[in-house]
Ligand binder design. Structure first.
Ligand code: PLP
Length: 386
């Protein structure tokens, strides 16, 4: 049987009647911009995320951009971002006119390395954007005091971590801002683009709300320059159906990950690192599982392993493909090596470069069946024993 990396149709088909009825309700209402669906989604999302409030926006990218704009980041400022993440994290910084400064990652959790962040701080540093990559919280316990010591804003990129916790605190509510994505492959997968901004300070939230509509307050008066960052009412109405299901989706992903980890523990060639400062990958290990800390509850947006050794990742992916299993490389090139960032004279980040050359993500979506999980695990184990 063929197993795709991701299949959203299974999830949506299970709630199709409600999706269609809700679409009809919104279409008949004639209310497409802002209004009740938007305010209800914002209240319901805030409750699930244990945040005082939330602000719906047009995408996860715009959530990051809006947080940066609300924090007043602009030309002359530096913003520290991880070198290993999706483009949007750093692209938004450049769009404000500020300089993205790339910090290295920890090689087993794939998240921002606090020592590298400290190393990059200058008198121009205005913000840090920790990304909770693949669903696991970055080390906020160590990053927050660094930011506080230097008076730096923290914008959590929670695009992949909706509902994840760090020492029991929901990601997005730890720093000054949280930015969430509803891109269809995310844990709360929307029906097009969408996102959410969280803010710790109610004045910041009020400003973000004004900036979301061209910096307009009151109507046709503009104390600030914003843009159109609104979410559609139809999108909000459909997302509301999934909000109560988020915990179940995340729990299913955790069960799937546990199944893989249990299966991989039977192989001498699969190594499961136990701490950040683990020694380098041991001799004979052909695959490294992600390091997940016990104080983090991850959302497993991706299950990403490392396949060290020349051409080994290609061999692994070909083996999976032959077994009918999808995989993807998130992400093949660190941001510091992207052509568009060359003018920012990026620092080199050796861990990010190494991980980018070895990472592979395998199917982890919530609706995978036990038989499919077993098929994926068997295919991996047979490659490891080759
Ligand atoms: C880490 C990260 N940041 C930001 C984004 C941007 O989100 P969106 O695609 O909703 O604009 C994504 C997802 O695409 C992401 O994975």
């Amino acid at each position: 049987m063929t197993i795709p990396l991701f299949d959203l149709t299974r999830q949506n088909n299970a709630i199709m009647d409600e999706l269609l009825a809700t679409s009809a309700r919104v279409l008949r209402s004639g209310q497409f911009i802002l209004g009740e669906e938007i305010t209800s989604l914002e209240a319901e999302a805030a409750a699930v995320l244990e945040a005082p409030a939330s602000l719906s926006v047009s995408s996860g990218t715009d959530a990051i951009l809006l947080a940066l704009m609300t924090a007043g980041i602009g030309p002359g400022d530096e913003v520290i971002v991880p070198d290993f993440t999706f483009f949007a994290t750093a692209g938004c910084v450049a769009r404000t006119g500020a300089r993205p400064v790339f910090a290295d990652i920890c090689p087993f959790s794939y998240n921002l390395c606090p020592e590298s962040v400290e190393d990059r701080i200058t008198e121009r540093t205005r913000a840090i954007i920790p990304v909770h990559l693949f669903g696991q919280s970055a080390d906020m316990t160590r990053l927050m005091p660094i930011a506080q010591k230097h008076g730096i804003t923290v914008i959590e990129d929670c695009a992949q971590s909706i509902g994840a916790t760090h020492h029991g605190k929901v990601t997005g509510t730890i720093g000054d801002y949280g930015a969430i994505s509803f891109f269809p492959t995310k844990n709360l997968g929307g029906f097009g683009d969408g996102g959410l901004v969280l803010a710790a300070d109610s004045d910041d939230m009020a400003l973000a709300k004004i900036l979301r509509v061209h910096g307009m307050e009151p109507k046709y008066f503009h104390p600030a320059i914003g843009a159109n960052f609104r979410m559609d009412a139809l999108q909000a109405a459909l997302l509301r159906i999934k909000i109560p299901l988020l915990q179940e989706y995340n729990a299913n992903r955790r069960t799937n990950a546990a199944t893989y980890l249990e299966a991989l523990a039977t192989s001498d060639h699969a190594w499961q690192p136990v701490e950040e400062k683990s020694p380098s990958i041991p001799e004979g290990a052909r695959l490294t599982t992600p390091l997940i800390f016990s104080h983090n509850e991850t959302t497993w947006n991706q299950f990403t392993v490392r396949i060290p050794g020349e051409n080994q990742r290609e061999s692994f992916r070909t083996h999976l493909q032959t077994a009918g299993i999808g995989s993807e490389i998130y992400y093949p090139l660190p941001l510091s090596q992207q052509e568009c960032f060359a003018p920012f004279a990026p620092h080199s980040c050796p861990n990010a470069a190494q991980v980018a050359s070895e990472c592979v993500s395998i199917p982890i979506f919530p609706e995978l069946t036990e038989a499919e999980l077993a098929q994926v695990a068997d295919a991996i184990l047979s490659w490891l024993d080759q």
